[in-house]
Design a protein. Structure first.
Length: 153
């Protein structure tokens, strides 16, 4: 790891630091969300994508694109959420081969509660090290990296 920190290629260093920051933040958020809501970060993100979708439903392929995981991972993720009645399944009226993952009323309540936790945690993440201008700049930079990606919250 010492070798990485001494790299002169700023793009490489930025990418490695971004990956490390992502891992640290994800670990912290998974712990908080699990302890408070019984959900993992990716499950909350899945629910948030459904919340923002037309008719609060998306196909497994659409969800996999938005979460950058395989459709089979979406299937594994949605099974426990279905048992908890946070999501349901809905068939397409015109194409029986197509089904959607649908946010339920309980899922809407769960995502609202989890969003409040994420908002509080976000403020705590940046509170003592970043100015509002720093945070806005970071949001802008990262927004440029994900421009064009479906499902922005």
């Amino acid at each position: 790891m010492h070798y990485i920190m001494n790299m002169t290629n700023s793009s490489f260093s930025a990418l490695i630091n971004l990956i490390r920051a992502h891992a640290r933040i994800e670990q912290r958020l998974n712990g908080e969300l699990g302890a408070i809501h019984g959900l993992a970060l990716n499950e909350v993100l899945l629910l948030m994508h459904l919340e923002g979708a037309p008719r609060m439903r998306l196909s497994r392929v659409e969800l996999s694109d938005r979460l950058s995981v395989s459709p089979s991972t979406i299937t594994r993720m949605t099974q426990p959420l279905e048992k908890l009645k946070l999501v349901g399944r809905e068939s397409d009226a015109r194409d029986a081969r197509l089904s959607y993952v649908v946010l339920t009323g309980s899922g809407s309540e769960a995502v609202a509660n989890a969003r409040a936790t994420l908002e509080r945690s976000s403020a705590e993440t940046f509170r003592d090290r970043w100015s509002e201008a720093d945070i806005a700049g970071l949001a802008d930079f990262l927004g440029r990296m994900t421009a064009g990606q479906a499902g922005v919250f």
